[in-house]
Design a protein around this ligand. Structure first.
Ligand SMILES: [Zn+2]
Length: 341
């Protein structure tokens, strides 16, 4: 009896999770990424730079690829694109995209937004994946139809939706699926959001984009092709630290519990604070004990630049050169990590 029970437990566990390897499929039939064909893979954006209009495919990539401005140091792309925009391969006679969108890995549907107007993502789905004990969240946006529901278990490659162009600023010509792979910042997100964004209701629970930090999924696909056993922590370790923030010690600080691999140094150290390293995108990379005493989140390092930090960090950090500090936006966002402290 006990043996039978244990076997059942094991088969249940293998249904959803503890995969050691991150076996990612592309979400549509478009695999031009693997042939190095950027224009064939990425959907273009519409750019108007100083009155000059263009449609660069590069704007569909992950990273700071949008909203260029001219600075004394040259052109700086100020807007971060948290995912990748994949172009359709099939359209009907009226030009409607037909591409099936599929789960990129085994997981569980965590959230489905069926009301396009609730988000600039339009209709979108979030799927939770478990790899090595941590949860990661793939997000598929601008869908026209959704064929799965929250709570449903899905397999890698299983159909979940049809590509579309729902959401702000899109038209039929620019139809695409926007794909992200995220870490979650905090399960206290909803109460934090209500405290700081009273006038703008949150329709997405803890799956609001503000609470999800996207990693470089384009680079991840290519890295996994080279090394199929590459674990996510190793992949993230290659990201450059752009800034560090010291947080007062708090029992509500969830990141080290959600992503224990981020923790370095003496885990049980009785130090008064934590220092969190971030990529320029805002993706958390590393957590270290710190002896610095702080009562609220404080910027403790930023990679030196003569460009205004607000252009480089989407206004999370202000100042330039040696003079840098968290903006109010940055300060509020950092409070999410230890909310409600
Ligand atoms: Zn996008």
């Amino acid at each position: 009896m006990a043996v039978a029970f244990m076997l059942l437990e094991c088969s249940n566990a293998s249904m959803f999770a503890q995969n050691q390897t991150v076996d990612l499929a592309l979400p549509t039939d478009n695999d031009a990424l693997f042939r190095g064909d950027g224009p064939g893979f990425y959907q273009v954006i519409e750019r108007d730079y100083k009155g000059v209009k263009s449609t660069p495919w590069e704007g569909g990539q992950y990273g700071f690829v949008r909203d260029p401005i001219e600075t004394p140091e040259g052109i700086v792309y100020t807007r971060f694109h948290e995912g990748i925009d994949i172009r359709p391969l099939q359209r009907d006679a009226r030009g409607e995209p037909l591409d099936q969108v599929r789960a990129i890995a085994d997981g569980k549907v965590a959230h489905a937004n069926l009301v396009a107007g609730y988000s600039n993502y339009g209709k979108y789905i979030v799927i939770e994946h478990r790899w090595d004990g941590s949860s990661y969240y793939s997000l598929y946006a601008h869908l026209s139809a959704i064929v799965v529901h929250p709570g449903q278990t899905v397999r890698r490659g299983e159909a979940i939706a049809v590509m579309g162009y729902t959401g702000a600023g899109l038209n039929q010509a620019r139809a695409h699926v926007h794909l992200e792979l995220n870490l979650m910042l905090s399960h206290q997100f909803e109460s934090w959001y209500d405290a700081f964004h009273k006038n703008d209701p949150n329709h997405h629970g803890i799956y609001n984009g503000v609470n999800l930090a996207g990693l470089d999924i384009g680079r991840l696909y290519l890295a996994l092709r080279k090394n199929p056993s590459l674990p996510i922590p190793e992949f993230i370790a290659e990201e450059e630290t752009f800034y560090k923030v010291t947080l007062p010690k708090s029992r509500h600080f969830e990141l080290p519990k959600l992503y224990p691999w981020m923790l370095t140094g003496a885990a049980g150290a009785r130090t008064p604070s934590w220092e969190v390293s971030f990529a320029r995108s805002g993706l958390p990379l590393k957590i270290e004990p710190s002896s610095r005493r702080v009562t609220q989140p404080e910027l403790s390092y930023v990679k030196k630049s003569s460009i205004d930090y607000s252009y480089l960090t989407q206004d999370k950090i202000a100042g330039h050169g040696e003079n840098a500090h968290l903006t109010e936006v940055g300060q509020i966002l950092m409070k999410l990590l230890i909310y409600p402290d």
